[in-house]
Structure formats: structure tokens, C-alpha cells
Design a protein around this ligand. Sequence first.
Ligand code: NAD
Length: 378
Amino acid sequence: MKHTPSTTLFNGPYSESRRDALKTLLSAGALLALSPLSAIPVQRKKDRLGVALVGLGYYSTDLLAPALQQTKNCYLAGIVTGTPSKAESWKKQYNIPDKNIYNYQNFDQVANNPDIDVIYVVLPPSMHKEYVIRAANAGKHVWCEKPMAITAAECQAMIDACNKNKVKLAIGYRLQHEQNTQEYRAIIHQKLLGNVQKVSCGAGYYDSRTTHWKQNKALGGGVLYDMGVYAIQGARMGTGMEPIAVVSARTSTTRPEVYKNGLDETTTATLEFAGGVMADIKTSFGENVNFLDVTCQKGVIKVAPYQAYSGLKVTSPLGEIYHRYQVPFQQAKQMDDDALSIMQGKPMLVPGEEGLRDIRIVEAIYKSAQSGQRVKLA
Ligand code: NAD
């Protein structure tokens, strides 16, 4: 993977008109560099952003790094890893210079590295808060994988750190960038089938692992955090509204030797929305479940699979929506969208606030499951 040369926009004498243009570019997030030799301000505007992946596990290795070979608005510029052998193999495979390779201890030095514009945090959820805040304090834009964090308070601290440092924060909800998803959401938003009456969504798969972080509470395990946020997103995207309460919820496990100390293998919940619209959600590490049904006045929108890296299919009385693409197109699209928004100074499609909304609902679902009570959200 070759690095993209920066495009030099200004290198001549400074003038009023150039000063105005410079201001415009600066407000668009462009980079100002002072030439050490001449002290003439030199404006460099990148045409692609350099991304550093933090945590080189499954998702970085199998999806994000390959996607960053396809992106147009960003590229794989660096890595942060605690495993020297991974640093070595990634360096060779992706032609990453030594100066762009960090470990968890020296990571903060990324502040001095102009090659890296965005830090993408792809660690277990319990580590998201620390690394998002360190990245923001280093002055880098941040992309963070779902679930955003463990508590709403952590999410808020992450948002605050990014605001304080004037950097953007986006959450890795790839489906919101995906065309089939965007088109069924438009049907709902435009009420092409009338008002939504109820929603049902399932997101889960059989996870045979027993000692992964997904089965470790301290690291952010439990199905509601992991697959559950997809089901919550299904309820919110399907209704086009925010829930006002968790009516009821239940957590369970068929493998108590694995899912212990309050860790959930399967969680079901009923969410209530304005107008008495209800969403039933189910998420599981014990069974394969993958659908979204949105019952509207004039028919049902069915999405199945509802969440997958490809193959999403939407059927409704309005016909079929079935845009096809190869994996890892979704990940490339998400990162290209987010990089372009940063370069153009536009809001992120999926900002930190969106991750926070889901974690508030996660907390309310767990509270309802524990208490057996309805839990108000709004
Ligand atoms: P993984 O276990 O495969 O990788 C986690 C990485 O974190 C590893 O490289 C591991 O070495 C590193 N790590 C550092 N400290 C660790 C510690 N104390 N314990 C465990 N690992 C530690 O996990 P993954 O599947 O790549 O998931 C990473 C993140 O990506 C999670 O937030 C997950 O929800 C998210 N993810 C998102 C999608 C998606 O479709 N958006 C898909 C898969 C995973």
C-alpha cells in the first residue's frame, strides 16, 4: 500500500486573498504547515486521510485492513498493537513505515505524527473509552467500534474529550452507511407504507468460544453489548423513533458454565415508542437469528438477513431491494464516508451521540431484566 502524497495548495508569497482562502481551508479541516526554511505559510490539504488501526484482532485483520486497500478517501497509514510479531507481519504486508507503528505504551506519541489523521479503535469494548480519549487528546479524529463503551457515562466522557480537542468522533455502525438499509429506512421515514405499527428484530449467532472477551464481563462481554446493539438499532431504525421505555426484558443462558456472574447469552426485551408502537428484540450468542420485520399500516417490510457483511435483502409490498456487493464493501464505504465528512468539515453520519443512545438503552434493558420493572428512558 503506497502512501498518498499531500497536495500542496499554497507555496507562494502570502497575500490577502491567499489569507482568505487559507482561512476557508483551515475551517474545512485542512492542515497548516510552516515551512522551516522560509517561514512562508504552506497550506497542505490531504486528498486522503491516514488511518491507524488500534487492536489487530479479527475485525481489523479480516475486514478493516482489506477494506482500507479499497478506500478512496483514506488509507492504512499506521497500526497500534501490543504484539511485536503482528507489528512485523502487518508492516510487511501493508508496507507500513516503522515510524507509524505504535504499541499501547508509546501510542500517545502519535500526536507528533502528521501521517496519521484518524485513530480507529478496534479493541474489546471495555478499552474503548481509554483509547478514544487518548486519541482525542493526541489531536486525532477518532472512529470507534460498536458497542461504543460499557456505560452511558463513559460514552459521554468520550464525546466530551473529542469536543474539547475539536476532533470528530464516529461509531462503526456500518449498516447506517449501507444502501439496502438506507433505502428501507427511507420507506419508513417517508411513510410510503403508512405509519409503523410494530417492529420485531433479532440479531445473534452461535458463539462456540468460552474464554473470548465476549464471554468476559470485565472486558465488555455479554450479548446485549455485542449483538444486542444491532437489535436495538433495528428497533430504532425500524420505528424511526427513540424508545420512551423498556417495558420488560429477560436475560438467560443455556450454558451457565460459560455465561456466569450476570453475563447474558440471550436477551429479549420489549421497547415502547411514542403512540404505543412496540418493538420486540432478541439477541443471542446461543442461536442464529437475523431479521428485521417492520409492520406498517399498508404491509410489512422484511429485512433478512438484517445485519451481515453482504446479502441484505429487503422485501415489502413496494417490491424488493437487493443491492449486491463483495465483502468488505460495507467497511470501505463506512470509512470513505467518514473520511470525506472529516475532510469537508461535515457532521459524521454516525456520531458519538448515536453510540451513546444505544448504550443508554442497553443499561435500561439490563435494569429492567434485573428488577422485573418497566424502565423509563425519555
Ligand atoms: P478480537 O478479540 O478478534 O480482537 C481484539 C483485539 O484487541 C486483539 O488484537 C487483542 O490482542 C487486542 N487486545 C488488547 N488488549 C486486550 C485485552 N486486554 N483483552 C483482549 N484483547 C485485547 O475482537 P474483534 O472481533 O476484532 O472485535 C474488536 C471490536 O470490533 C469490538 O468492539 C467488536 O464489537 C468490534 N467488531 C465490530 C464488527 C462490525 O461488524 N462492526 C465486527 C466484529 C467486531
